[in-house]
Design a protein around this ligand. Sequence first.
Ligand code: PXG
Length: 464
Amino acid sequence: MTVISTNTPTPELQALDAAHHMHPFTHGAGLNAKGARVITRAEGCWLTDSDGNRILDGMAGLWCVNIGYGRTELADAAHRQMQELPFYNTFFMTTHVPAIRLAAKLADLAPGELNHVFFAGSGSEANDTNLRMVRTYWAEKGQPERQTVISRWNAYHGSSVGSGSLGGMKGMHAQGGMPIPGIAHIDQPDWWSEGGDMSPEEFGLSRARLLEDKILELGPETVAAFIAEPIQGAGGVIIPPDSYWPEIQRIVDKYGILLIADEVICGFGRTGSWFGSQTLGIRPDIMTIAKGLSSGYQPIGGSIVSDAVAEVIADTEFNHGYTYSGHPVACAVALENLRILEDEAILDRVRNDTGPYLREKFESLTDHPLVGEARIVGMMGSIALTPDAAARAPFASEAGTVGLICRERCFANNLVMRHVGDRMIISPPLVISHEEIDTLIARARLSLDETLSKLRAEGLMQAG
Ligand code: PXG
């Protein structure tokens, strides 16, 4: 068999990829006909592909490479840990130093009474843990009828059967027997698309009160928890109106329902604080973590759990766990990532320097004829593309048609900017510099210009 390496010609790599590699969330035949882009190296905020193009990564991989690529300290931490103890489990009355250190560190960083960590290999696994944990909590509290978890349409909580059911992606629910029973969904606080004539504040309150309506409809004695991302990520970076979260907190407190904040994207500095819950003033009982915990250098996730919940769970044998719960190499790498975030004051930079700088530039894109709103918190932002900003109108073409055109233009201009429907998303590494922000905005503007020309030429600049 021929040796495959980064020196193998791109068409050959693409042909082998098409022949053997099944990609997530991808129309396989379509991709195979076109050929996947092959990424070979990365440094800082820059990717290199197999044709030698240098691409600015406006998505931090998949919302995760918070400290940027190429930090050899993390490679060294993995190397040291692999030599000392590459694996041991945490199941049968055993533990190890990396898991102890990381759990203690996370308890220290997490707000309030969140002092206990259940490790997983990913965000999906962690949300499966949460689903079972909140139901077990209520069963142990003598209220076993409290089984239902309320979530939101267009939420993303993972892709396993449990976490995908918790999520509110209708396209996912249409395949493979989801959602599982015991999960209910309410509408999201997306004022731009769904707010109609209401002010953002009125709309935020009305969407939060859907939670109370749903609790009363189901019966408060049957509801275990509410799960939500502080700011929806994969749903399109939907930043809720300011009135939303305080009202949600009031409602979960009133009915004694557990609040799960899914911090998989918002955590570890993405919003300028350690956790999105702090930026948005939320007091969760459980936080889901993954992605930025290790800056994506190792697969690791988990649940940070309050004293009150952990105390009840500790009173029973919780029959749940993963081979790689608290994997020592992943824990060692996560610890080194957290050290860098702290020692280099990266959150402080996002909050006081690069975040405000990016915000000013990003919001200035609203002067572009294709752009409706452009909103950003910390280092996660999105642009609503529209043929008529004043009317907040969608395009006449099928949702996502224009977003896809714009994403293609971004790719052609060596910028990774993702589309969700007709929204364009950025979530760059937190270490992005002023100069790189200028490049990002310049490439985004050029891509918007090219998209507009194409839409005009093809008669797609039509409101639906
Ligand atoms: N919760 C949230 C809020 C997420 O964003 C998960 C859970 C699941 O994590 P794992 O590690 O199991 O993937 C996520 C993941 C996208 C995209 O296209 C977003 C995610 C994953 C894949 C694609 O924006 N988020």
